[in-house]
Ligand binder design. Structure first.
Ligand SMILES: [Zn+2]
Length: 665
């Protein structure tokens, strides 16, 4: 397959005006309706894969990813009127699209083909074509289109209700504002840099809110125990009592929906389209990790209890954990984050990351000059080592007003074949958005260790999106099962923690020196610190999420307190603990919190192959790198993800590497 190159002309969209967007959005809707209409009109006996399913799959071709380009501009454009218009038009457009796509007649068209001409055509179709057909039909069935009219009506009512309640649940969390007030003395232990970011109340005291940039450092470093308790108790109430009612109602509604659709419970409904396939598989996965980690987590807590005594804390309470852990970590590993940061100038880390990926995955990365949306944004081209074009990506790495505030990857153009079974391939364009420290005239952008991990993580998504060779757009790049999508990104984080790689990544911005071995060793040793506690916490939240949606738990609040007592011997106050009222994942990630760890376990397992297979180290193991590229990154979801993993590993996946990586045993 020959990848079609992009030219400067293909980037005029970065200058799109609100009026042009509006015009194109209107044309898009008209076009979409027309294509849907044409598909529905075909007589059953004339239906083919091409005129029915493929026509649906490729419906947007003439719009050259307009929708995702506009969505992208809403995050990065330097012009407020463009960002606002893009957001507004995209929201409007997506609700119109739902109306068009929620079409029972279209489902009937697909069924006509499936029950008719498909039988004859099947032997000439490709595996991925058949997968697409079956999964598309399943999606429509999951919307209830094959149900009797009465049930469909009921379903619509329930879906509307859940959607309204979901919005309220999220809003109650986002709008939940609370804070404590502290005098200068009450901020003892916190860095002057942090204190300078705190707003002041009219009475002159400092405001410490429940927002992450406030609460995390405060609970980790403030020596004033009373104040930590005060803030912690407020945080336990996050979401408010009304969210407890909402979640109870949501769980009931979700259960009824799942039952109408023929599932045992909501968890089975949600997990069906993921790698785990059934709620039981997700539960088994969690339980087996919990069995190993829970006793180790208890040890972790005991270690904290012992250290707490040296800090004059007689009984370790929930508001002490982060503080005591931070203090112990400092004592054991003696690491000052600012000192570490000086060793990771962004430009150097980026250069080394590129070299690493070039070596491992057989690619060449070169800058490609084209005018983009801002001077900070840079474009790159990926080629194979023989010079053949593979794809493109952009990096937009520094904060600026109005830009998306976290780190993410956007697949602006998802690659696919240029027409059924042609030899031409539409080139991918993936865009990374990050917010690393802005360089100044004197000091370059210096990354913290977690920034370095973020860069590697997002670059993993980027490789998944750009190295794809899947033929169908809906199966290409990062269009994979939800509990697998973080595997190609999390695997990349492992390199950061390899001793040799970390050494190469480091280059002191003033002296140009690499980190010495002792420092690297201290950092790497610190990696597994309190990990059993950390992951057990994640597991009990995942368990709560699944138990709620399989019906095993009715009173989530009581269950959460009970698990904290059981696993950590930590007492959460009955009155104040409203968790899960503030557990945002219960909407959107419902029955899906397990996915983070699920994907991580696969990532660690796969990374193990780079260490053990072939006689090269993790930096130069091209043989395994190429296998990862060919068997996993290139395939997208054109085959089942579990099959990709087995093909890559040459065996069944397991949890051993994960346990070794995160706990060190
Ligand atoms: Zn990610």
């Amino acid at each position: 397959m020959k990848t079609l190159p992009l030219t400067t002309k293909d980037f005029t969209w970065v200058k799109m005006t609100p009026a042009q967007m509006k015009k194109k959005a209107d044309e898009y809707i008209v076009h979409k309706k027309k294509v849907y209409g044409e598909i529905k009109k075909i007589l059953p006996e004339n239906r083919t894969f091409l005129n029915t399913l493929y026509a649906l799959e490729r419906c947007d071709d003439s719009f050259e990813s307009f929708f995702s380009k506009m969505g992208f501009l809403s995050e990065v454009s330097t012009k407020k009127e463009v960002r606002d218009a893009a957001t507004e038009i995209a929201t409007e457009l997506s609700s119109k699209l739902v109306d068009i796509e929620y079409d029972r007649d279209l489902y009937i068209s697909l069924v006509e083909y499936y029950e008719g001409n498909f039988a004859d055509e099947k032997k000439t179709l490709r595996k991925e074509d058949i997968k697409l057909l079956e999964e598309t039909l399943r999606e429509y069935r999951r919307m209830g289109f094959d149900l009797p009219t009465e049930k469909q009506k009921r379903l619509k009512v329930l879906l509307k209700k859940t959607s309204t309640l979901s919005i309220s649940f999220r809003k109650n969390i986002n709008d939940y504002q609370d804070y404590i007030l502290c005098t200068e003395e009450e901020l003892a232990g916190l860095s002057p840099r942090f204190v300078a970011t705190l707003p002041k109340h009219t009475d002159g005291r400092y405001i410490v809110s429940l927002q992450y940039p406030h609460i995390f450092p405060f609970l980790a470093e403030a020596t004033n125990r009373k104040k930590r308790e005060e803030l912690s108790l407020k945080n336990l109430k996050k979401g408010g009592a009304k969210n407890l009612k909402i979640i109870e109602e949501l769980v009931k509604l979700r259960h009824e929906i799942a039952t109408i659709l023929g599932y045992k419970h909501h968890a089975d409904f949600r997990v069906e389209t993921r790698m785990a396939k059934t709620a039981k598989a997700a539960e088994d996965f969690q339980n087996s990790l919990l069995k190993t980690l829970a006793p180790l987590a208890k040890e972790d807590v005991k270690i904290l209890q012992a250290h707490a005594k040296t800090l004059d804390i007689k009984k370790l309470e929930h508001y002490d954990i982060s503080f005591v852990a931070t203090s112990l970590k400092k004592k054991l590993y003696d690491l000052d984050p600012e000192t570490v940061r000086a060793y990771f100038p962004l430009e150097h880390v980026k250069k080394e990351l590129f070299t690493l990926c070039e070596n491992l995955f057989g690619i060449v990365i070169a800058e490609y000059s084209v005018p983009l949306w801002h001077k900070d944004a840079k474009m790159y081209q990926i080629n194979d080592q023989d010079g053949t074009l593979v794809g493109y990506f952009t990096l937009d790495l520094f904060p600026r007003e109005g830009k998306y505030g976290h780190a993410c990857m956007v697949d602006v153009i998802v690659p696919h074949e240029h027409g059924y079974r042609t030899d031409e391939y539409i080139a991918p364009l993936a865009s990374m958005i990050c917010n690393f420290p802005t360089p100044t005239k004197k000091v370059p952008s210096l990354l913290s260790l977690s920034d370095v991990e973020t860069l590697f993580h997002e670059f993993g998504h980027l490789l998944h999106m750009t190295l794809s060779r899947a033929r169908l757009e809906s199966q290409a790049g990062a269009n994979v099962a939800w509990d697998f999508v973080e595997t190609p990104s999390q695997i990349m984080e492992n390199w950061v923690w390899d001793k040799e790689v970390m050494k190469k990544l480091s280059c002191h911005y003033e002296t140009g020196k690499q980190m010495d071995d002792a420092m690297i060793e201290r950092i790497i040793k610190g990696k597994t610190f309190q990990n059993a506690y950390f992951y057990t916490r994640q597991l009990i939240q995942g368990k709560l999420d699944l138990d709620l949606h399989t019906g095993k738990v009715k009173d989530a609040r009581a269950a959460y307190r009970k698990m904290n007592k059981m696993y950590f011997n930590v007492e959460l106050p009955e009155k104040e603990t409203l968790f899960p009222a503030g557990f945002g994942h219960l909407v959107g990630y419902d029955a899906g919190y397990y996915s983070y760890l699920w994907a991580l376990v696969y990532a660690c397992d796969a990374f193990g192959s780079f260490k053990t297979k072939g006689n090269k180290n993790v930096m130069t193991n091209t043989e395994v790198g190429m296998k990862w590229r060919r068997e996993v990154l290139e395939k997208g979801s054109s085959e089942d993800e579990i099959k990709l993993m087995k093909n890559f590993l040459g065996r069944e996946p397991n949890q051993k590497a994960f346990l070794k990586e995160v706990i060190g045993k």
